[in-house]
Write a protein that binds this ligand. Structure first.
Ligand code: 5RP
Length: 221
């Protein structure tokens, strides 16, 4: 199977968790794009979707899936999103599509967080995938220096502006042995909006696409 076929299989498999009247948090990326295609078949059953990016909003709108503003709801039943890397505790690096801040807000609001991923995203130790950090533009150089002090090699993505008007530093060269500690340290740097480490709020379930089918993973399963 190609990687896109795996993404499609797992995107549609997540529909099993969508029940009538649910408010559904919708992530961002190529795996989620398949989930949105599947969600369109159930758009009359759900309460609506809360989107994590302009790109996902555009796709939801094109498929006439009702969208609610995150400020108008007091919770989200289920959040389905992709991952760039995940470890055995279901902690993740996310934000390869620069949508990390809105993704983190929706994850925080959601009762259940289901990540959909293919086998290439599974690791023992997070950090091979560059860790995205969203930063307000005037703090870019200062934050980069602090990230170097933490052992990383930040790269400024010159062609990327987030949906919130900020910039992204991709941090290379990390071996993240204590993801919660690193998430807290990076979040504490002045000028950082969000770090794409989802360790304090990991996924509850990961649906993993393999050529033998979709496996359901829970922490350390
Ligand atoms: C976007 C994300 C995506 O979920 C992550 O990059 C995975 O993307 P894809 O499904 O295209 O591999 O965090 O900000």
């Amino acid at each position: 199977m190609t990687q896109d076929e795996l993404k499609k299989m797992v995107g549609w498999a997540a529909l099993e968790y969508i029940k009538p009247d649910m408010l559904v948090g919708v992530g961002t990326g190529s795996t989620v794009a398949h989930f949105i295609d599947g969600l369109a078949t159930q758009k009359h059953l759900i309460k609506g979707a809360v989107s994590s990016s302009v790109a996902s909003t555009d796709k939801l709108t094109a498929l006439a899936i009702p969208i609610l503003d995150s400020n108008d709801v007091d919770g989200i039943d289920i959040y389905v999103d992709g991952a760039d890397e995940f470890n055995p505790d279901l902690m993740m690096i996310k934000g390869g599509g620069a949508a990390l801040t809105r993704e983190k807000v929706i994850a925080a609001m959601a009762k259940q967080f289901i990540a959909i991923a293919d086998k290439s995203k599974q690791v023992d130790i997070l950090g091979k995938f560059p860790l995205p950090v969203e930063v307000i533009p005037m703090a870019r150089a200062y934050v980069a220096r602090q990230l170097v002090r933490l052992g990383g090699m930040p790269e400024y993505l010159q062609n990327v502006v987030t949906d919130n008007g900020n910039v992204i530093l991709d941090v290379h060269n990390l071996e993240i042995l204590d993801p919660i500690e690193l998430e807290n340290k990076i979040n504490a740097i002045a000028g950082v909006v969000t770090v794409g480490l989802f360790a304090n709020r990991p996924a509850d379930i990961i649906l993993l696409a393999t050529s033998a089918g979709v496996k359901k993973l829970t922490a350390n399963s």
